[in-house]
Write a protein that binds this ligand. Structure first.
Ligand SMILES: NC(=O)c1ccc[n+]([C@@H]2O[C@H](COP(=O)([O-])OP(=O)(O)OC[C@H]3O[C@@H](n4cnc5c(N)ncnc54)[C@H](OP(=O)(O)O)[C@@H]3O)[C@@H](O)[C@H]2O)c1
Length: 308
């Protein structure tokens, strides 16, 4: 049995589908399991990582546990702290329960760290969670990705909404910073194969697609895939605090989510050293343009994109 936490979330939900399709028995943990659809091969478990409610019970009998929890929602009280406090508390309570239940391997998806620069609060928190989880079980694996290209990926949706809604695209100073985005399909595949990859045990590995692109190039690539002409206007400054409020309003995404994501654009987010994971896992990653096409096509199956 494998436990998937964050099963109501974007990555966790996709991973549940992927493991069930392979016939692997899955237990899915959610704060409100009634939000998950009951299916053959899927056991539902209720639990909250921050309070610890139901977590040991959910881990019982699981050799592998996927950690795909992230608390970017607005705090409900001042004692809640910010997302870093909530994510630290959740990881610590999960690590304690995983040790107590003898879990062999925790598999985590976090974020790529900037080289030689202080990480943003968001990336710093992802790294802190990684350290807590790698210490919880010696054979654990942390995968680090930057932007995921998928129809439900919050960062991708923000970029698409900006292209859709703005004819003139103001491009702040961070437009020249580069990253290596990854197709959702490939991210899910790396996660699904991890328990079978011995060489990945006890490691933190970067996972990334084949193309290195600046954020400006990514936005232009998305506009091209959407078949719309957009006039980029280069700005000399980054303007993150006021810009995140505008982006939040334009894209209908909560400010508590947009601001930390935009702060991460201030640095290049490129993989450490040579990218080992694709060869280690035998995964040929999708080029950026193909990943965008797939994501937009899937998005349009459920919702029309005004600009297309
Ligand atoms: N999306 C991306 O582009 C991307 C890129 C790189 C890395 N990642 C990493 O992938 C991981 C998953 O991200 P995501 O985009 O899938 O996040 P998401 O869609 O926001 O999902 C987060 C999940 O965490 C759950 N959760 C939050 N607090 C919880 C708690 N106290 N107890 C139990 N569950 C709790 C949420 O459950 P509720 O439904 O109950 O709120 C939800 O299922 C994160 O570590 C993220 O850093 C994502």
């Amino acid at each position: 049995m494998e436990l998937i936490t964050g099963a109501t979330g974007y990555v966790g939900g996709r991973l549940v589908e992927r493991l069930l399709a392979e016939g692997r028995p899955v237990r899915a943990l959610a704060r409100d399991p009634s939000r998950l659809e009951a299916r053959a091969g899927l056991e539902l478990a209720g639990g909250d990582l921050t309070s610890g409610r139901g977590v040991r019970e959910a881990l019982e009998g699981c050799a592998t546990a996927y950690y795909l929890v992230h608390s970017m929602e607005a705090p409900t009280s001042t004692e809640d702290g910010d997302f870093s406090d909530r994510d630290r508390r959740a990881a610590e309570s999960f690590a304690q329960a995983a040790r107590a239940e003898g879990v062999e391997r925790v598999v985590y998806l976090g974020g790529i760290a900037p080289a030689g620069a202080e990480p943003s609060a968001h990336i710093g928190s992802r790294i802190e969670v990684e350290q807590i989880l790698l210490e919880a079980a010696p054979a654990s694996t942390a995968l680090r990705a930057s932007l995921l290209i998928g129809s439900r990926s919050s960062s991708f949706r923000i970029l698409v909404r900006l292209v859709e809604r703005l004819r003139l695209l103001p491009m702040p100073g961070w437009r020249r910073n580069r990253t290596q985005p990854l197709a959702e399909r490939d991210a899910v595949e790396f996660l699904a194969r991890t328990p079978g990859i011995e060489a990945a045990a006890g490691r933190s590995l970067d996972i990334a697609g084949p193309d290195v692109l600046s954020y400006g190039e990514m936005i232009e690539g998305i506009a091209e895939s959407m078949g719309v002409a957009r006039l980029p206007i280069g700005l000399g400054v980054s303007l993150t605090p006021p810009a995140s409020a505008v982006v939040s309003a334009l894209t209908d995404q909560p400010l508590d989510l947009v601001r930390p994501l935009m702060e991460s654009l201030e640095h290049e987010l490129l993989p450490r050293d040579a990218l080992e994971a694709p060869e280690m896992y035998g995964i040929r990653t999708l080029p950026f343009d193909r990943a965008v096409e797939r994501a937009l096509a899937e998005w349009e199956r459920t919702e029309e994109l005004a600009a297309r």
